[in-house]
Design a protein around this ligand. Structure first.
Ligand code: ACO
Length: 365
C-alpha cells in the first residue's frame, strides 16, 4: 500500500483473512455458530467429543464420529501421560500458565496418533498435572474410557472421580469455548500453519496469543476483581474508580459482539444447572449489572457487555479449578478449534501475509 493511501483501521477489524466452515460469530445478533449449530444447541447435544468430531470432520473433509474421537483422545491422553516427565522437564519454578506453554512446545509427533488428537489429549494431561504440581501432588494417570471432560477432572482430583454433574459442567465449558471464529489465538494458529510449520508449532503459538488478558487471560482477573470489590457497598465506587483510572473491567467488552456474548448465557445456565446455590453467584450478578451500567454511561456509542470470561471464571471456580489454571483450561477446550483451523488452513488456505502502513522516514526526507 502506498503511504499516501487513506489509513485503514489498524487492528484488522472486519478484515477477512480466511474462509472457514468451522464457526461463525455474528456480533450484531449475538450469535455463535459452531459446526453449523448455535453454541447453546451444541452444548445441549452434549459431548466435547461430539463437537470436536464435527470440527475435525469439517476441517479434514472426512466424516469422523464422536466414538472415533473419544478413542483417539483417550489414546492421546495415555501417550501424553507416558511422556509427562519429559514434557514438564525444565518447567520447575515456572507459573502454571508459562509451564503449560513450555510443555506444549515440547510435544512432538508419536507414531500411530494423529497430531491433532495428540495435542488435544496432551493439553488435558499437562493442565491436570500442573494443577497437581501446585499442590505438591504427583500426576494421576488418565482413564481412556472416560470422556475428555471427566478425565480432565479425574486427572486433576486424583481419587475423587467426578460425579455426572461435575463432568457435565466441565463438558459444557469445553464445548462452549471450543471454537470462536478468527479470534487472536486462532488467527495466530492459522498464520503459523499457513507457513506449513507443523501442528505443534502452530498450537504453541496459538496458546501464547491466548494468554494475554485481552483474550484468554481474563478469567483469572475476573475472580481477582470480585475479590478486590469484596462487599456489595463497594461495587459501584470500586468500578467507578477503576474506570476513572482508565482500567478495563475484566469479563466485559468484545471486539466483535455489539450485544451480549452468547457464551456468557450458555455458561451461566451451565453453572445454574451444576450448582444453583453457588456462593459467588448473587454477588457476581450485582457486579455484572453495575459494570454494564457504568460502561453504558461511559461508552454510550460502544456497547460493552458481558463476555465469555465472566461466567467462565465462575464456572471453573465452582469446579474447584485453581484460577492459575483457567487459561490452560481454556486451551484444553480451544485445542479442538485450533487443530481444526490448522488443518483447514493447510488444506484450503494460502500463506497469510498482511501488509503494514509505513509511518517511518523516507530516504532523503
Ligand atoms: N472495561 C473498560 N473499558 C473498556 C472495556 C472494558 N472491559 N472494553 C473496552 N473498553 C473501552 C476501551 O478502553 C476503549 O476506550 P477508549 O476509546 O476511551 O480508549 C473503548 O472501550 C473501545 O474499546 P476497543 O479498544 O475498541 O475494544 P477492543 O475491541 O480493542 O477490545 C477487548 C476488546 C480486548 C475484549 C476489550 O473489551 C477488553 O479489554 N475487555 C476486558 C478484557 C476481557 O474481558 N478480555 C476477554 C475477552 S473475550 C476473549 O477473548 C475470550
Amino acid at each position: 500500500m502506498s503511504i499516501h493511501a487513506p489509513k485503514p483501521a489498524i487492528g484488522l477489524d472486519n478484515v477477512p483473512a480466511a474462509e472457514t466452515a468451522l464457526s461463525h460469530v455474528d456480533g450484531e445478533r449475538g450469535e455463535l455458530i459452531i459446526a453449523g449449530r448455535r453454541v447453546g444447541d451444541l452444548v445441549a447435544e452434549g459431548g466435547f467429543e461430539h463437537a470436536t468430531a464435527l470440527l475435525w470432520s469439517s476441517a479434514s473433509g472426512r466424516p469422523i464420529s464422536a466414538e472415533e474421537t473419544q478413542r483417539a483422545l483417550g489414546e492421546a491422553r495415555v501417550a501424553a501421560f507416558a511422556d509427562i516427565k519429559r514434557l514438564l522437564a525444565g518447567t520447575d519454578g515456572m507459573d502454571t500458565v508459562s509451564a503449560f506453554r513450555a510443555a506444549l512446545a515440547a510435544l512432538h509427533a508419536h507414531d500411530g496418533i494423529a497430531p491433532r488428537a495428540l495435542a488435544t489429549g496432551a493439553a488435558a494431561v499437562i493442565g491436570a498435572a500442573l494443577v497437581r504440581r501446585t499442590r505438591n501432588l504427583a500426576p494421576v494417570a488418565p482413564n481412556a474410557a472416560l470422556s475428555h471432560a471427566a478425565d480432565y477432572l479425574q486427572m486433576m482430583w486424583g481419587n475423587n472421580a467426578p460425579s455426572d454433574k461435575e463432568a457435565a459442567a466441565m463438558d459444557a465449558y469445553l464445548v462452549t469455548a471450543s471454537d470462536h471464529g478468527l479470534n487472536a489465538s486462532t488467527f495466530t494458529a492459522r498464520v503459523v500453519a499457513s507457513t506449513h510449520a507443523d501442528l505443534f508449532a502452530a498450537v504453541t503459538a496459538a496458546y501464547c496469543a491466548l494468554t494475554g488478558p485481552l483474550h484468554g487471560g481474563a478469567p483469572e482477573p475476573v475472580l481477582d476483581m470480585l475479590d478486590a470489590i469484596g462487599t456489595r457497598e463497594r461495587i459501584k465506587p470500586w468500578i467507578e474508580n477503576e474506570l476513572d483510572k482508565g482500567e478495563r473491567l475484566m469479563g466485559f467488552g468484545h471486539r466483535v459482539y455489539r450485544v451480549r456474548d452468547p457464551r456468557a448465557d450458555v455458561l451461566k445456565a451451565a453453572l445454574e444447572r451444576f450448582n444453583p446455590k453457588n456462593a459467588r453467584m448473587a454477588f457476581a450478578l450485582e457486579v455484572e449489572a453495575a459494570a454494564r451500567a457504568a460502561l453504558a454511561v461511559r461508552y454510550p456509542k460502544r456497547p460493552l457487555d458481558t463476555n465469555v470470561e465472566f461466567y467462565t471464571a465462575l464456572l471453573l471456580d465452582a469446579l474447584e479449578i485453581p484460577r492459575a489454571a483457567f487459561t490452560p483450561t481454556f486451551a484444553v477446550s480451544r485445542m479442538a478449534g485450533w487443530t481444526a483451523h490448522i488443518e483447514e488452513q493447510v488444506r484450503r488456505g494460502r500463506l497469510l501475509r498482511p501488509s503494514s502502513v509505513y509511518i517511518g522516514a523516507m530516504p532523503g526526507a
